[in-house]
Design a protein around this ligand. Structure first.
Ligand code: SF4
Length: 361
């Protein structure tokens, strides 16, 4: 791909894209300053998550943790609670651990070198390049899905872009095109182009500032590139969950290392739950007697409407069961909370879906 640009053409290409970005850049809160902490939080939140979904979380998170020190000092439950609903909770756990590392080893300042940034939990090559280029002008090119799509179309590169060799080639291309005088703007310009103009399904080539250099457009291949990715076959999973409710409308949540707690409940507070094969009710009753040490035969488990929940390739059916009890069991590593106010604790969206079934009129 480098070969499509003479040094002079490359300069013109860079000037054109940077000029477009400076005129058309969206006014996003993390662009208001080049504070590495704010850029870093945004980059972590934006991983696998749309900008519109991130915005309210970003504001709330920074209102509560306006510096890396305040994030490092916070209890993990508070960090997870403020992340609750955004998904992929390992991001929040790593962010929190990295904040502690930055305070302990880097005097509260995001480290300015690639090596030190990569040593922090949850920081990969992409995030390091994004933060360092935007906050510190370090000349590192980013490569994410948006940038890869733009580069593949510009160079008419066919095939699965995530195939390791092709991804490495795209990384080399991104390096060779980088505008070293303005790496932060350059990276954001390519990402912005991918998000707003060179979109996956229907690129708006008529509005594209770099259309004249685009091989896919010249060859009428914009719909074929990038090639669709081969999808992993969906796995069907059924999870039965128990909502024990006392007369005051309170319920009990547990840390239950059983039913896909990492992907579904993100190792946060959840209803007692178990993956079921055939008969959800008896299998759930048996699980309850094991983890809460209750007499399952005394519980009247009432089936509530099922809910669907997708996590990557898993197609999950949530089967909530309600059990009305006079007294909630008192056990270690449990929490009693009002069913209508689960947000007091860090819980995943699957737990909210289960609770919603019990709150239906
Ligand atoms: S011309 Fe079209 S396909 Fe090529 S980079 Fe621009 S928007 Fe993408």
């Amino acid at each position: 791909m480098k070969s499509q640009f003479t040094p002079r053409a490359l300069k013109a290409f860079q000037r054109r894209l940077l000029g477009w970005f400076r005129t058309h850049r969206r006014d996003l809160p993390w662009r208001a300053s080049r504070d590495p902490y704010r850029v870093w939080v945004a980059e972590i939140m934006l991983q696998q998550t749309r900008i519109a979904a991130v915005l309210p979380y970003y504001h709330r998170f920074l209102k509560n943790f306006h510096t890396v020190e305040s994030l490092a000092r916070a209890p993990q439950d508070k960090v997870l609670r403020l992340w609750s609903g955004l998904g992929y909770y390992s991001r929040a756990r790593n962010l929190h651990r990295a904040a502690k590392g930055i305070v302990a080893r880097h005097e509260g300042k995001f480290p300015p070198t690639l090596e030190a940034a990569l040593a922090l939990p949850g920081i990969g090559r992409y995030t390091a390049a994004a933060v360092l280029s935007i906050a510190y002008d370090v000349p590192l090119a980013v490569l994410d899905g948006n940038v890869a799509r733009v580069l593949a179309r510009l160079g008419a590169i066919r095939g699965d872009l995530r195939a390791p060799r092709r991804w490495r080639q795209l990384g080399d291309t991104a390096d060779s095109l980088l505008a070293r005088s303005a790496p932060g703007d350059w990276n954001q310009a390519l990402m912005e182009l991918g998000e707003t103009v060179c979109t996956p399904q229907a690129p708006r080539c008529g509005a594209c500032p770099v259309a004249r250099w685009c091989r896919a457009r010249a060859l009428n291949l914009t719909r074929e590139i990038p090639a669709p990715r081969s999808k992993r076959a969906a796995v069907k999973i059924r999870i039965a969950a128990a909502i024990l409710r006392d007369p005051r409308g309170r319920t009990i949540l547990v840390r239950d290392p059983g039913a896909h707690d990492d992907v579904l409940f993100s190792r946060m507070w959840q209803f007692p739950a178990v993956e079921v094969a055939r008969e959800p009710k008896p299998e759930l009753a048996k699980h309850l007697s094991e983890i809460l040490n209750v007499d399952a035969a005394s519980l009247d488990l009432e089936a509530l409407p099922a809910a669907r929940h997708g996590v990557t390739f898993r197609n999950i059916t949530l089967l909530p069961f309600l059990a009305r009890v006079q007294n909630l069991p008192k056990r270690p590593r449990t929490r009693v909370v009002a069913l209508s106010n689960l947000s007091r604790l860090p819980v995943s969206s699957a737990t909210h879906k289960i609770a919603a079934a019990a709150l239906l009129p």
